[in-house]
Structures are given as structure tokens and as C-alpha cells.
Design a protein around this ligand. Sequence first.
Ligand SMILES: NC(=O)c1ccc[n+]([C@@H]2O[C@H](COP(=O)([O-])OP(=O)(O)OC[C@H]3O[C@@H](n4cnc5c(N)ncnc54)[C@H](OP(=O)(O)O)[C@@H]3O)[C@@H](O)[C@H]2O)c1
Length: 244
Amino acid sequence: MTARTIIVTGGGTGIGRAVAAGFAAAGDSVVVTGRRRSKLDETVAELGGKVSAVDFDASDPAAVTEALHRLPATIDVLVNAAGGNTGMDHPAPEPGDLAAEAAAWRANFDANVLTAVLVTTALLPRMPSGGRIVTIGSIAARRGGGDYGAAKAAIEAWTASLAAEIGPRGLTANVVAPGLTVGTEFFRGRLTDARRERLVGDTMTKREGTTEDVAAAVQYLAAPAAGHVTGQILHVNGGAYLGR
Ligand SMILES: NC(=O)c1ccc[n+]([C@@H]2O[C@H](COP(=O)([O-])OP(=O)(O)OC[C@H]3O[C@@H](n4cnc5c(N)ncnc54)[C@H](OP(=O)(O)O)[C@@H]3O)[C@@H](O)[C@H]2O)c1
């Protein structure tokens, strides 16, 4: 396959890092993005090859605009992996504290929806026919998950309209929706054994998902051969939720 140019938001850690590693191993040029320069530099050093990093906050329109001159002029594959449950970073709002409730909902919307929408909107003009957009959703979109699940559900709706918009240009847009995936910073080190056991128990495979499991699904949707697969949600959760 001819080498391609790949952008992976959230590529410094976890799922995004595994996605970047897969493309780098195939000889592609990969740009990983995120807010923490130090994490990105570590990833670039570890992955080697044609991997570079551009730091910016993908939820901030001005920061995305500023980053454009540091990003490649032509992009074949965009993987929107930036995100996470911002509720992990602060205590749950007190009941009745509507200001805190609103802030929590906005934070998850910004982190999971705006990151993908802003970067995609900014980079679409740089994506020629054959381009692929893959956004990381979540099992939470189908299971509940409050403000985080609602944000990931919005990703699914947005991807459906995006796929229709860009299909005539020969581009596809899909979602990969993981279940429990270890080897990431997602749980901020606070995943209890009891919760881990419950989530593994929900699967048919009776194991945790790995970042490589998710990266393999992204690789498939990003492949030139997947050109007639668009607007879809690919669930990578060991059967914990059946997306049929
Ligand atoms: N792990 C799971 O069990 C699981 C399950 C379902 C879905 N997911 C989804 O998978 C995706 C990847 O998460 P992960 O599990 O790999 O966790 P992770 O290790 O925390 O990765 C999230 C990445 O996103 C980046 N990021 C977050 N907000 C950003 C922003 N505003 N601008 C730029 N970069 C931002 C973070 O880097 P900086 O902090 O340096 O910006 C980090 O590298 C997320 O969308 C998450 O919701 C994870």
C-alpha cells in the first residue's frame, strides 16, 4: 500500500497511541496531537519512524485554527481519538447544583464532540478523495453513561450526517465504539477491581479490551478497501453490547 499521511488526535496515550503505532508500523507518516507536549514527545520517541507531534487543545476553536499551519497540507486519514469522561477529573456535582451540572455536561461535550467536530471541519478541505475519518465513540452511547454517554451518542449522530456530506467526494466517516479498554489513562487509575470484574463479566469473551483491539478496527475502516463502509458504528466490546 502507498504510504499515507495520518492524523491521530489524542495520539499521545492509550487508544490513540496504539492507532498511531499501527499506522507507523505500516510505514505511514503519522502526526499525533494532544495538549501535553511531554506526552507527545514521549510517544514520538517511542514509536520512531515517520511520527511527529503537534500540540493543541482540540476543543478550542482558536487553538485548532492556530495549529493548522503546523499540520500537513494533505491528509489521508483522520482519527479522532481525543476525548474521555471529564467526570473522572472532578467530584460529581452536588444534587441541585445546576451550575455545576451544566459545567459537567459542557465539559464532556467539549472534550468528546467539539474535539472531533472542530478538527474534522478544519481538516476536511485537506482530505482528497479516498480519505477516511474514524472517530472513537463508546459503548456508553448505548448503555447510558449520563453526560459522557450523551456526548458519545452525539458523535454517532454527527458521523451519520458527516458521512452523507462527504460521501459524494469519495470520503468515508465511521465510528469505532469501544467497551472497557485497558492500557489507557481513561480511568485516571481509579478503576476498581469490582468494576473491572463487572465489565469483564458483561463481555462474551470474558476479557478486557486492549488498545490493539480498537486500533485493529480503526485500521480496517481506514483501509482503501473499506470505501463502501460509511456512516457505521463498529462496536469493539467483546459482545458486551450487540450493535445489530
Ligand atoms: N479506555 C476506555 O475504556 C474507553 C472506552 C470507550 C471509549 N473510549 C474513548 O477512547 C478515546 C481515547 O481515550 P483513551 O481510553 O485512550 O484514554 P486516554 O489515554 O486518556 O486518551 C485520551 C487522549 O485524548 C487527549 N485529549 C483529551 N482532551 C483533549 C483536548 N481537548 N484536546 C486535545 N487532546 C485531548 C489526551 O491528551 P492530553 O490530555 O494531553 O490532551 C489523551 O492523549 C476517548 O475518546 C475515550 O472517550 C475509551
